[in-house]
Design a protein around this ligand. Sequence first.
Ligand SMILES: [Zn+2]
Length: 397
Amino acid sequence: MPELPEVETVRGGLDRLVVGATVRDVEVFREYSVRRHDGGPDSFRDQLAGRRLAAAVRRGKFLWLPLTEPGPQPGPNPPVEPKVPVEPTASVEPAAPVEPSALAETRPAAALLAHLGMSGQLLVRGATANEVPARSAPEPTGSALDASTQAAPAPAVDPAIAVDAVTDDQAAPTPTPYGAASPEDDWKHPHLRVRLHLDDAPSGAQYLDFVDQRTFGHLSVQDLVPDGTSATVPAGYGSDLPVLPEPVAHIARDLLDPNLDLDALVSRVRRRRTQVKRALLDQTVVSGVGNIYADEALWRAQVHWARATDKLRAVDVRRVLDSAAEVMREALVQGGTSFDELYVNVNGQSGYFDRSLAVYGRENEECRRCGTLVRRDAFMNRSSFSCPVCQPRPRGL
Ligand SMILES: [Zn+2]
């Protein structure tokens, strides 16, 4: 399943390759993949065709592309300045006042919303991709995204390679330059569900393909609504807009979001009367932490998964959250260095999972810190992995 670092890698790729493009046409090959869209495939197509993809934004594992009208724009979407917390700017005069009419025209009212589910991929075809510089890069992960822009141009695609790669779930990822197909090539991935035909992509991209083998993922066009917490702070990572798709409004900010208020989050976690791992997985508390990263973060912070949140000290909660952010940033650097790598990895797993896990999936193997054998416990129909020595169980469990 794509975890937050993989989704951020996809966001960065979309930002580089398709933002600025206009949707010329839409093909829906699998109606189920647009089931969250009100009105079905025809409405989905009508609401996208002719619109411009204005930005690539993420909160947790939700991705969205705000839609604007095509035509002359006041330049590309303003570059994101992810350095936060945002300083109060009330006393600062705007350098270049924007005419209200121009603002109204460019302020998007809707967005293409994507969730990758278990196996979803957003694949760009026809881009002369890698020379296009990143318009924005997350501060903590800049090196990873920079690295992808320096990759050598990929050779022409060989569809046969890609087909082989996707017919075998267990196959090791084979780098396939899906993104470097010739513009005329309309080859379709075997699990292609939705295709957007693009015009005027800065990268030259011809298609944005939604490929999803297991079809848990979905696309829809959604109204953008104000973020209840602030009318001025960006609602997601990747754009300055303080609005977000309606289905994302109840999702908390994620740990890679520069606008996250960590002190407030620590307080929120400690007010819960639950186990610390349940709080980590609760998308209304903090988004984007999956089972794997929760276990890795708790091991790193040396906190047992069943500890009661209202009995943890603030410094311990903060250490858990810092550890989770750290683990995900490392995953982004190690496994998310290239947008292209994600194209062929049907399991949505990055190389990080093979090399760097400390406890997850390592039952009865030695703890990388103390050598004690890692323990597995049942947890919410899944598992929790922990070290009995580094992460002592709370009394009574
Ligand atoms: Zn240990």
